[in-house]
Ligand binder design. Structure first.
Ligand code: NDP
Length: 244
């Protein structure tokens, strides 16, 4: 891509799965990617890989549940580059269980990462984008933002909420683009952490049958970002053909 189209793109949760694939896709498109997550060893390896391929990338440790961490992540990038063109709010967790299991710490973790984390990102970039009357926020929701299934009530609640806040944000902003990208089963580490072990095993088995590569979701994100500034791709659902 011509470097005059290069954007400064911040990606949360870039240490694995969809965030990692998005970093690869957007860097290959010629954008400068700023990668955030807690596992900085993973980020350092990814930045080294991208730079070795001739791309432009950097990373910073980030915990999206901590509003100061998110603010610091955005402000540092803004100070270095003079602008933030795109924020991809991708970080997420999915420890599934039935509500009656009362895994309250995991409910709070999902609310903190998936919902509050997204809001923290919005709060950090929105004033900068409003001041420039330009910018793009891409929020990663899920097919779980469109339908609820047993064991996923709280996860779905967070993802419905991400869609709702994105729609409200879209209605309130005439200059800043808002895109919701909702993946179905996608190859990643999402089902590797937490939740009821039996549910986790079932999700992993379903994912093994169905899951699409994370690059398929990254391609959707790349498409939305590549549109002209008066074109806002509001919602994209990218799921396996065989997923009901
Ligand atoms: P992964 O588990 O592979 O990636 C999740 C990413 O989120 C990791 O990079 C992790 O980094 C990061 N993360 C988790 N907690 C925090 C935190 N507190 N602060 C910063 N980063 C954090 O899963 P996916 O790639 O699948 O998930 C990406 C997004 O896609 C999520 O929002 C998920 O809900 C959504 N999604 C995924 C689907 C799938 O089937 N895979 C389907 C639908 C939606 P680290 O641990 O290093 O901090």
């Amino acid at each position: 891509m011509n470097s005059s189209f290069s954007k400064i793109v911040l990606i949360t949760g870039a240490s694995s799965g969809i965030g990692q694939a998005t970093a690869r896709r957007l860097a290959a498109d010629g954008h400068h990617v700023v990668l955030g997550a807690r596992r900085v060893d993973r980020l350092a390896a990814l930045v080294a890989e991208l730079q070795a391929a001739g791309h432009s990338a950097e990373y910073q440790e980030l915990d999206v549940t901590d509003v100061d961490s998110v603010r610091g992540f955005v402000e540092a990038a803004h100070a270095r580059h003079g602008r933030v063109d795109v924020l991809v709010n991708n970080a997420g967790v999915m420890p599934l269980s039935t509500v009656d299991a009362l895994r309250i710490d995991e409910w709070n973790q999902m609310i903190d990462v998936n919902l509050r984390g997204t809001l923290h990102g919005v709060a950090a970039v929105l004033p900068l984008m409003r001041a420039r009357r330009e910018g793009h926020i891409v929020n990663i929701a899920s097919t779980a933002a469109y339908r609820v299934d047993p064991t996923a009530a709280v996860y779905c609640a967070t993802k419905y909420a991400v869609r709702a806040l994105s729609e409200g944000l879209r209605q309130e902003n005439q200059d800043v683009r808002i895109t919701v990208v909702s993946p179905g089963y996608t190859q990643s580490e999402l089902a590797d952490h937490g939740g009821d072990p039996q549910v986790r095993a079932a999700v992993r088995a379903a994912a093994e049958q169905l899951a699409i590569p994370a690059a398929a979701v990254a391609d959707g994100i790349g498409y939305a970002i590549a549109q002209p500034r008066n074109v806002d791709v509001n919602e994209l659902v990218v799921r396996p053909t065989a997923q009901n």
